[in-house]
Design a protein around this ligand. Structure first.
Ligand SMILES: Nc1ncnc2c1ncn2[C@@H]1O[C@H](COP(=O)(O)OP(=O)(O)OP(=O)(O)O)[C@@H](O)[C@H]1O
Ligand SMILES: Nc1ncnc2c1ncn2[C@@H]1O[C@H](COP(=O)(O)OP(=O)(O)OP(=O)(O)O)[C@@H](O)[C@H]1O
Ligand SMILES: [Mg+2]
Ligand SMILES: [Mg+2]
Lengths: 223, 223
């Protein structure tokens, strides 16, 4: 369902050149849960952002459902992405002036879809944030904000969920609950999940682990 | 060196009342490395912010070096805190328009002290961020931003280091290097370190572990 071909992202020039992603070929099958691991600064977030159409590559292609997403103009890409992809950001990106419920349902409202209140309520209860539904982001703990970001990505029941370290600020019990929720959701709604994580135990829960180093997939691992 | 007495932080009223911290007595000895663990939302950050004088308690006292810090007015507390405490925030709080070097040396410049360039350089090299010294925060990976926040807290060689989940966005190898750096720094400069972490393995590296649940210290653990 998602393919990258010789994907590259370079910043700067000359001696300031940073090869954040340096030629990545990745093929993700529909319905699979793939974990991406690698040391800090190895290019994981950059790769995920290009895969989700949030960032344009320097070179190379990304295909979602066979479509070359980076040949679309910004507007068509934005619409395509909103319908296909749910993104959990490493720094959450919650809207400070909206409360938890509004933050979670915003992507749905955007597309003028009807909010399935029961589904959202269930999601929030599983993530243990329902009692905070009227709170503002700055009234939440770090881990609570992270869970709001996760709920928002799942709220539109997207075909593809891209999660950038969704458990970085959670204790191990809550982290396990989150990854289990993601796995169940993927089975139930036939979604595809790509999750960046630093936690080897959580990575082992995936169908497959992709290891990144210096902007490249580590050779010797399955592709 | 740091004591809390019946420390409380309550938000809201009536049925909206949240007892974030609900009566904490904690005594931290100078030169020790104390880990604070507890589930997401249990009150850890709130407790650390009151201990560092960044937030005023609803009730109770915090003593640093025998001084009741919350009886000081805002201005004196700000000066006292800047000289005594280095804080690593859960969400880093880097200044977007300043580069890495400027972000790290800002607290020193603030107090009109001379910047010990060699010391800062050493710190950055150990944290593997020296080659990013001219970069802006938005040009860094999540884990790189976290390491800049750590360097900034250590730059003033404060008596007390309060670190709120300093390794949440770091792979296990880098996390170990960070905690080892913190431990070495504490031994070398006779500092005191209180670190919130979700990682049980890292918590085991401390001299003592304090467990928090529902805003209280869990009974049955040493105090
Ligand atoms: N300004 C506020 N108004 C209302 N409630 C608040 C406010 N700030 C924090 N809280 C609540 O206080 C509780 C404790 O928050 P705190 O940030 O201390 O948790 P934590 O242990 O650090 O969690 P995490 O591990 O997720 O970072 C949470 O339930 C949070 O929603
Ligand atoms: N706008 C930018 N300009 C210059 N360099 C950048 C920019 N954005 C990212 N980089 C660099 O690209 C590299 C990869 O960054 P990326 O955020 O993908 O790492 P990561 O694997 O997600 O790390 P972490 O685990 O710390 O989140 C880093 O060295 C970073 O400094
Ligand atoms: Mg990242
Ligand atoms: Mg916290």
């Amino acid at each position: 369902i998602l393919d990258t071909k010789s994907l590259k992202k370079h910043y700067g020039k000359g001696e300031n050149l940073v090869k954040a992603v340096d030629g990545v070929d990745l093929s993700i099958e529909e319905g699979k849960f793939v974990a991406i691991v690698g040391s800090s600064g190895s290019g994981k977030s950059t790769l995920l952002h290009m895969m989700g159409g949030l960032d344009r590559p320097t070179e190379g292609k990304v295909y979602i459902d066979g479509k070359d997403i980076h040949s679309m103009n910004d507007e068509s890409l934005a619409i395509f992405r909103r319908r296909k992809v749910g993104f959990v950001f490493q720094s959450y990106n919650l809207i400070p002036v909206l409360n938890v419920w509004e933050n979670i349902t915003l992507p749905i409202e955007f597309d003028l879809k009807i909010v399935d209140k029961e589904f959202i309520k269930e999601l929030m209860k599983t993530l243990n944030i329902y009692d905070k539904k009227s709170a503002l982001p700055n009234q939440l703990s770090g881990g609570q904000q992270q869970r709001v970001a996760i709920a928002r990505a799942l709220a539109t029941r997207p075909a593809i969920i891209l999660a950038d370290e969704p458990t970085g600020n959670l204790d191990s019990k809550t982290s396990l609950e989150v990854v289990n929720l993601l796995k169940q959701s993927v089975r139930k709604y036939h979604q595809t999940l790509v999750m960046i994580t630093h936690d080897e135990k959580l990575a082992q829960m995936a169908d497959r682990i992709v290891r990144i180093e210096d902007g490249k997939i580590k050779v010797g691992e399955s592709c």
